[in-house]
Design a protein around this ligand. Structure first.
Ligand code: ATP
Ligand code: MG
Length: 248
């Protein structure tokens, strides 16, 4: 479980998150809603690690460990995965090698006796995922996300999730950039990832993704605070009435 208590974050002395308290339990899915600039991406970045933020008050535990004291690679090894709102491009890192590396690390985390998979066997292993996601094999030879379209970058993120099976999957506007068909492919793959052993945390401005992934709790943020909390009916209420009516 990720348990966040009284999280306060600022950038250049400007307070961005204020007294944020919430929990993410395995086996449950969550949705975080809020108008632009309400602090949703800041919260997800703080959970994964980000250099810009000054975290002034926190009590964030990941299975009883202090999350903020953990390095980003330790957080990843412990099962946190952030699907970025803006996915970075990384030159000189070949996609196939990147995917093989994260796969080997994740497998070793689960089984210390695991021996690194060879490039040849790995290409065979991921073939089924590439087909499911409609990703052409030639992408494997390209640098990570460099000149990929928005939709292609998203699909590569889903592929990463399929390879490492994270415990806490934070989706920061996964529905942006995707055309209708790509959205359906991605949403269906995400649904197949949902299990009692993980937790999917959806940040979105649209609600179609909630037709694919059933959420247990909904948090609404405003000006850096969690101002409302409820079940999935709260998302339906926001969708119907808009933030102004719900929050005032
Ligand atoms: N690294 C940063 N440096 C300066 N200001 C920042 C930084 N990160 C976030 N902010 C500010 O914090 C506020 C919250 O931003 P954040 O990106 O978390 O909002 P959001 O809820 O994700 O919005 P959106 O729905 O538009 O994605 C904004 O006013 C933003 O400009
Ligand atoms: Mg955002």
């Amino acid at each position: 479980m990720i348990n966040i208590k009284n999280l306060e974050v600022s950038v250049w002395d400007e307070s961005i998150l204020k007294w944020v308290s919430l929990k993410f339990e395995l086996g449950k899915n969550y949705c975080i809603l809020g108008k632009n600039w309400s602090g949703k991406s800041t919260l997800s970045s703080v959970l994964m690690w980000h250099p810009s933020y000054e975290i002034t008050t926190w009590e964030i535990t990941l299975d009883w460990e202090d999350l903020i004291e953990m390095e980003p690679n330790e957080r990843s090894a412990a099962g946190i995965f952030l699907s970025f709102q803006n996915i970075p491009e990384i030159k000189w890192v070949k996609l196939s090698e990147y995917l093989r590396t994260i796969f080997n690390i994740a497998e070793k985390g689960r089984n210390p006796d695991f021996k690194d998979i060879s490039p040849f066997l790995f290409k065979r292993y991921i073939k089924k995922y590439l087909e499911e996601l409609h990703i052409d094999e030639v992408f494997l030879e390209r640098d990570l996300n460099v000149w990929f379209s928005g939709g292609e970058k998203r699909k590569i993120e889903i592929l990463q999730m399929k390879l490492i099976w994270p415990k806490y999957i934070i989706l920061d506007e996964i529905d942006s950039w995707l055309d209708l068909d790509a959205f359906k492919t991605v949403a269906t793959m995400l649904r197949s990832l949902s299990s009692p052993e993980n937790s999917i945390i959806i940040i979105t401005h649209y609600f179609t993704i909630l037709e694919y992934i059933d959420v247990d709790s909904v948090y609404v943020m405003k000006d850096g605070e969690v101002v409302k909390q409820g079940g999935k009916e709260l998302a339906a209420e926001v969708q119907e009435k808009g933030f102004e009516k719900i929050l005032n």
